[in-house]
Every structure is written in structure tokens, then in C-alpha cells.
Write a protein that binds this ligand. Sequence first.
Ligand code: PLP
Length: 401
Amino acid sequence: MLRIPFVSLAPAEDAAATRAAIDRVIARGWFVLGPEVDGFETEFAAAMGASCAVGVGSGTDAIALILRALGIGPGDEVITTPLSAAYTALAVMTTGARPVFADIDPTRLTIDPQQIASAIGPRTRAILPVHLYGQAAEMASIEGLAFRHNLAVVEDCCQAHLATAGGRPVGTIGVAGAFSFYPTKNLGALGDGGAVVTNDRALAERIRRLRNGGQTDRCHHVEVGINSRLDEMQAAILRARLPLLRDRTRRRRVLAARYRAALSGAPVDVPPELDAGHVYHLFVVRVPSVVPGARLPPSREASADGRSLGGGGQPYQTSQKTDRDARSELQAHLATDGVETLIHYPIPIPRQPAFAATDPAECPVASHVCDEILSLPLHPGMTDDDVDHVAAAISSACARA
Ligand SMILES: Cc1ncc(COP(=O)(O)O)c(C=O)c1O
């Protein structure tokens, strides 16, 4: 049976370059903050269209270090989305600030600017939009709000390497952008890693100091920093892979277009592509919640403003929980057809027990969406036939429902 894994992490066409990078670092015998990190920072900044990049230990640390470098901490609030990896909000909490959740737009699935406007209060210092699944948040409206209320915009670009918003590179629209190089990301290391990009040189310098214990020179700690340094091995591996990123991103877009065509008659909703700068970190469909025993409804097209597309037709209500969950059934059918799927994310962040005391925001749109979303396999190593196999498996699973 054909097996379609969700991702493929083993080095493939980049295997020789990755091995050479590792050998180069071993031969040099220097492993933390050195020429590979310096070289990667220059190359990554150029590739992302920013003037500075600072390599750090993870995407979570990249977000936290930006906030700390902006002076955000205890007593402050940062408005962010309920639909993301929980690390987005955890990063805010590590600074001592409080994450405040503004619900998502039902079509774009990123933070809804109208909800941000309602969440702004006297303690708000920053807006932290996430460019989810590879598609930018609605940045023009967010910038307008930030300008009117004198707030910083910090972009979570962990799923959006090379993405653009209306043609502008993500990470350069707000004051800074945070990237992750976790192995599954569009640019992944062979371990953890992250980077901050910014056009603000003073901010970059402060983050450079904070990532290294707050030192100016060796053993001179002028402020309380943390230990969050991108290591030489990961930096060298990322340098080997960065030149492939543009082609790999193109391939992701081709595969996504093929999914769209192949799923056009399938009874799942395929959210519209709202920006040609979408880099498809994930390909996420929606499986409308249905009553027990019912067939899945036919797919619906988005209206001109995109807002009518909402799984189950009730995008503003928490979906009915049924004893026969259409998404679980589809996932199980796909697994028997060798297709691995995941859910990004099954629980809105404010509904996670770890955040109960922080901001128990209701976020009904995110709650509804979390019940319906399903991530299909998408990685540059997939063939066109793989995509057709997944689409056919979805259609046959739904015909059997
Ligand atoms: C949107 C988003 N933000 C933040 C993170 C955290 O990145 P890292 O795992 O590198 O800390 C991730 C990755 O899991 C992510 O997808």
C-alpha cells in the first residue's frame, strides 16, 4: 500500500550539503556563536528581506526576546491569537506579560483585527499576529490599529518563511519577526533553532546581548539575559538548506494548487488562498461537523468577501459535539489508506489548562474551527501522484460515510 507520511524529515537532495556542513563544523572545532552563526545571520536576513537577523535557540525564544528587548514584561498585555502553537502565548508568559486572546477571522483563520480592537486596553503594549499555516495575517488593518494605539507589532513567522503580505515580506512589517527552525518547519534544522529578523539595528543588538546572558563582552553582564544561542552545527546545516528554500516553497505552492483542483468536488471545505504570498507550511481543510449518521455536506465556495465559507454553516457558534465525529472518521479512513494527517490545533490556546488563569477568553470562532480543521500531508518531497492519492482517499472515505 502507498504510504503518505505527514512530513519527511530525513535530508534528501540536500543530504550531501548537510553532511559537508556538519563535517566543516567538526573540523573547525568551534561550536557556539562563531562564523557559521555570523554567516547564517547575514544570509537569512538577506533572504527574508530584512537588514538584521539574530540566531537564537528556538522560535519561542525569538518571540520572547523581541518582547523583552522592547521592554515588555510584568503588568503588560500582548494581544495574540487563540489558534496557534501554544508556544506563541507561552513566549509572552515567559516575559511576565499576560497574553490576551482576540478571536480569529473565520475565513483567514488568523487573528481578527476587529477583535483586536475590542481587546485593546490601558495595559496593552503589543499585538502578536501569527502568520498561520504559511499565510500572512491581515497586516494592513493590524498596522493601522497599532499606529492609532501606539502599540508594537511583533510577527510570529514560525510557519511563514518567505511568506509575503500584500507583497511585503513577513517579519519586516512589524518591529520584528520571529522564526523557528524546528525540523518540520519550511526551513528546518536537525534540532531546535530560531531567529529574529528586524530592520531596527538597535533592537537587533539588544537581542544579540539578551540571547547571550546579557553580556557585552565575555564575563561582562550588563543586564539579565538568557542562554538562547543558535549553535554552529545548526547554523551550518541551515546555511546548506537556505539556498533550496525558494524552490521548495514553489513546490509547496504547486502541490497546494493540485490539492485545490483535486478536492474541488470533495465534501470537505478548502479554505481560500487570500494572499499569493502563502507558503503552505500546512495544507488545512475543514471537515464540517455533522449529526450522527449524516453524510458530509457538499463543499461550499467562499463568497466574494470570503466570509460565507464556514464549515457546518455556523462559523460563529461552537459546533455540536456528536457521538459520530465526521473528522475523526475521515482521519481513521485516511489512516487505513496509508495517509497520515494531524490537527493544527485541536484546542484553542485559552482553553488549555495551562492558560486557565491567564485569559479564559471564549473565542467561539476558534473553538468551532478547532473542531473541524484537518491538516493533510504537504512537503516538497511529495509527488503529484501522492496528492492525487490523498484527494482520492478523501473522496472515497466520504462516499462510504
Ligand atoms: C506559530 C508558531 N509559533 C511558535 C512556535 C515555536 O517555535 P519553536 O518550536 O522553535 O520554539 C511554533 C512552532 O512550534 C509555531 O508553529
